[in-house]
Design a protein around this ligand. Sequence first.
Ligand code: PMP
Length: 445
Amino acid sequence: MTAAAPIASPNDLEAFWMPFTANRSFKRNPRMVARAEGMFYYTPDNKPVMDGTAGLWCCNAGHAREPIIQAIQAQARDLDYAPSFQYGHPKVFAAAARIAALAPGDLDHVFFAGSGSEAADSALKIALAYWNVTGKAAKTRLIGRERGYHGVGFGGISVGGMSNNRKFFGSLLSGVDHLAHTYDREKQAFSKGEPDYGAHFADDLERIVALHDASTIAAVIVEPMAGSTGALPPPKGYLQRLREICDKHGILLIFDEVITGFGRLGFAFAAERYGVIPDMITFAKGVTSGTVPMGGVIVRKHIYEAFMGGPDNVIELFHGYTYSGHPLAAAASLAALDIYREEGLFERARAMEGAFADAVMSLKGEPNVVDIRTLGLVGAIDLAPRAEGPGKRGYEVIERAFHEEGLMIRTAADTIAFSPPLIITESQVDELIGKLRRTIRAVAN
Ligand code: PMP
């Protein structure tokens, strides 16, 4: 007889291979949260930690919101799971209708996935299939952007522009090009909101069209505000110009709004803020206020209709996930959208943007601060790297903020990014900035 395997100790951190984490140093000095409510997480020994990041840019309504809890609990009791391949359940249709109603223009059909990565890959596949069903199957090239992030699926990392997310994973998708990113520190430093300089970066698309010909290009995918590479607001006029060039050449435009969707920039979607209607919007995160995994793609009428033109009674799109439109996610989404509407959280974020930007900019002049960017309820601060190399100071920021200031923060190399829940009050903004100021000073030496 073999001996029974020992039961793992609940304090043993070894088995979990943490994503996007330096596992060994984390496990020597773990940062744990065990509970959350409103604007705060709490450590296992009950120390409050301000949520400076809305989790991972997702808990827009704040934590432990009773209507969402109740909706999830009731849904688990009533209908825990149902497929959405060839069967339906009421909440998923209701969620799609509510999400579509929030999107501008004729973005009126919603395809569900389980995450932002799945949403990005779904949008890319829909773009390719769209050209296929409309008789232009040669349009297969996909265009992303340097410093773009579209999740970690093979499609997403191929069009994405973060070298660490790409370089370990082989040859990726072929037929992919990247636009230049839109950040120029010399000309844009310390600009609040959209920088005045840089609309011309959109013209880089003309270069790619000239190289390959529009007849081979399916779609362009960009985040309206690049988030994960340090929050890069779009230069004034840039997104509009990108739309014009796509229209001129018959190229689909996809906005990845996984971060910018659901109020982060003061509107349901950034597309509304900028008055630009892309052909597809990807979303995730805030759609359920981070409570249950859900992502998806909102498509314009002409895209959906193109797939409906064939014979009846056949599957139009060979794509989908077991958890597309999961009942718990659909229920959580309806409850989150109710909160956003009832509490006017998108409008609230819009109204706070100016004061938030001023507060964040007050960190100019603190040690090592080389640039600050703000947009909506997003702030990013670039710190000069330590002499030993990039990323070291960023890591210290996380450690110090969490342990000494009780603040959850994000860093990308030596950029600090923060994006608090949209329920943050003005005095909590001051508290957040105070914590940041002390942390930045503490890592100065
Ligand atoms: N797209 C964007 C713009 C994102 O910011 C993210 C996640 N930060 C994703 C896609 C991927 O989402 P997920 O982690 O849910 O797969």
